[in-house]
Design a protein around this ligand. Structure first.
Ligand SMILES: *Cc1c(COP(=O)(O)O)cnc(C)c1O
Length: 360
């Protein structure tokens, strides 16, 4: 039992900003004098239409999405886009190239193989995905090149956007979207499940360059065809209304943090603080190679599974929660997305230092 909110290091769903939760709480039974909750509103109502349009506009401004890109708010999670991407794009040339840097990109590639000639352009599998490949091949006639910019489970992150020339770049940004500014014009498609860094689970943001819409394979289910969704402004059926409203509140909160460049500074300093604390210990080692370390998911371990378990259990007792690593990596994982306060990371660093001294 916790009397207060704890520092929740879960990889997703993960912490949301306290101010956002408080505002949602204040408005939960009567949204701005409408007499009802956003959860109870028709998605076709004027009140919700305004929430939807404003959220989309706020998101476009925040991420500086150019006008020649469509922004869609869809359901089915990031995983549904593993299928939607080949179904919408691979019909162009029948080929697609995949960078495999973790669990999610590998799942996406396996799915793509069902729809055409999807090959592995590079992989970090041999080293249990502790690194990001530095070179890769792109077939000039590939319909797209696919990669995952931040590997949630392994704690690695691409530091540069891969240069694929004229081949459209497709990126799974689920666990780093809106953690820093990006140049959207370098991408063909950016997509992300919201539950890591943006909103509650239930909405998936899909940003597509408009010329890449309208190439779906004939057998594409109508709900997965981006043209159908874009033509209907993501309202082919009932959209995830509550999650879209929450996304709007998170966008407002991000503006208060100084926009994406403001939040980037905070994120970089939180990550540096934690990596510095870990590097200064004797008993902890990071899973990711230094050059590939993620600012969002910090993976580390001791030399012993028993000591790892003790660390997780003792941390839990002092309100540092959900630090157990994913079973594919073992050890610990601290997810320090936008909403993790600096104080949470400070408290974790302090605990890491004390645990190290006590268990050498
Ligand atoms: C969590 C995650 C997914 C899966 O997201 P769902 O919305 O649960 O389908 C995919 N890719 C990355 C990088 C993730 O972190």
């Amino acid at each position: 039992m916790f009397e207060q909110r704890i520092y929740n290091f879960s990889a997703g769903p993960s912490m949301l900003p306290l101010q956002v939760l408080e505002q949602a709480g204040r408005e939960i039974t009567n949204y701005q004098g409408s007499g009802m909750s956003v959860m109870e509103m028709s998605h076709r109502s004027k009140v919700f239409a305004k929430i939807f349009a404003e959220t989309k506009e706020k998101f476009r401004t925040l991420l500086q999405v150019p006008e020649n890109y469509e922004i869609m708010f869809l359901q089915g999670g990031a995983s549904t886009q593993f299928s939607a991407i080949p179904m919408n794009l691979m019909g162009m040339t029948g080929k697609a190239d995949y960078a495999l840097t973790g669990n999610f990109s590998t799942s996406a590639w396996k799915e793509a193989k069902r729809y055409g000639d999807a090959i592995v352009a590079c992989t970090s599998e041999g080293e249990n995905h502790c690194d990001i490949p530095t070179s890769f091949q792109v077939r000039p006639d590939a319909s797209y090149f696919y990669y995952c910019s931040n590997n949630t489970i392994y704690g690695t992150q691409w530091k540069e956007v891969p240069d694929t020339g004229a081949v459209p770049l497709v990126c799974d940004m689920s666990s780093e979207i809106c953690s820093k500014p990006i140049d959207v014009s370098k991408f063909g498609v950016i997509y992300a499940g919201a539950q890591k860094n943006l909103a509650p689970a239930g909405v998936t943001i899909v940003i597509v360059r408009k010329d890449l819409i309208g190439h779906a394979m004939p057998q594409t289910p109508m709900m997965l065809d981006w043209k159908n969704q874009a033509d209907n402004d993501s309202m082919l059926n009932t959209p995830p209304c509550w999650c879209i409203y929450m996304l709007g509140l998170v966008c407002d909160w991000l503006e208060v943090q100084g926009g994406l460049s403001g939040v980037q500074k905070i994120n970089e300093s939180k990550a540096k603080m934690l990596y510095d604390a870990l590097d200064a210990t004797q008993i902890f080692a990071c899973h990711a190679k230094k050059e590939a370390r993620s600012d969002m998911n910090v993976t580390f371990r001791t030399a012993s599974a028993e000591l790892d378990a003790l660390f997780v259990a003792e941390a839990e007792k002092i309100g540092l929660s959900n630090l157990k690593g994913h079973r594919k990596v073992g050890g610990m994982r601290a997810s320090i997305y936008n909403a993790m306060p600096v104080e949470g990371v400070e408290k974790l660093c302090d605990f890491v230092t004390r645990f190290d001294k006590a268990n050498r």
